[in-house]
Ligand binder design. Sequence first.
Ligand code: HEC
Length: 184
Amino acid sequence: MKVLLGVLGLFGILVLSSCRVSGPGKWETLAANKAKRVTIGGKDWKNPMPDTPEAVKVGERHFQRHCQVCHGLDGHNTGVPFADRMSPPVADLGGEDIQAYTDGQLKWIIENGIRFTGMPGWDGVLKDDEMWYMVRFMRHLPTKGSLGPPAVFLDDNEHKEMEKALKVPVKEPAKRRGRGRPDA
Ligand code: HEC
């Protein structure tokens, strides 16, 4: 029944948006969000992990291994250069909308991802308890910016070092070709 109402609501929004001349972006976003909320499951799933600082730490470790490339080390996308360029943009996990989900819904989102967005599903990649630990971490996110950017997006110096390292294998094949020629 809930799903039916949601679908009807979505239909209403779509009809409204097609009549509106101004602000299609806003209506589109609203419709997409409505559709998303209808499909997200897991509302009543209970988090089996204890709500302790240790559990949050474990969750942080898993998060910073698998999710930081898009969500940053802090879950607020700090230092992720493309976060705003994805469509829809990478969500700030400290945002009100996200924190309003139940633990079960957050676990469901990690497991299944969000269709038609860049948020991948992790079913079969992460274990259940890893996902639940991550949910614990998401309830205690560090302050935005406090952990700096993920290492992959480090500053210019790092980048220069990488380029230096890359030059070596580029030169070598050129030398080898030269050696074969009589006039080299
Ligand atoms: C490839 C980039 C990418 C990776 C990796 C990624 N996410 Fe996301 N995530 C996104 C994007 C983009 C969104 C926004 C989706 C939307 O607006 O519906 C998002 C949204 C979310 C949301 C909020 C969903 C909502 O309803 O807005 C949660 C929670 C989340 N991600 C958790 C995680 C966790 C935990 C991991 C690691 C296991 C992870 N993400 C890995 C890109 C990513």
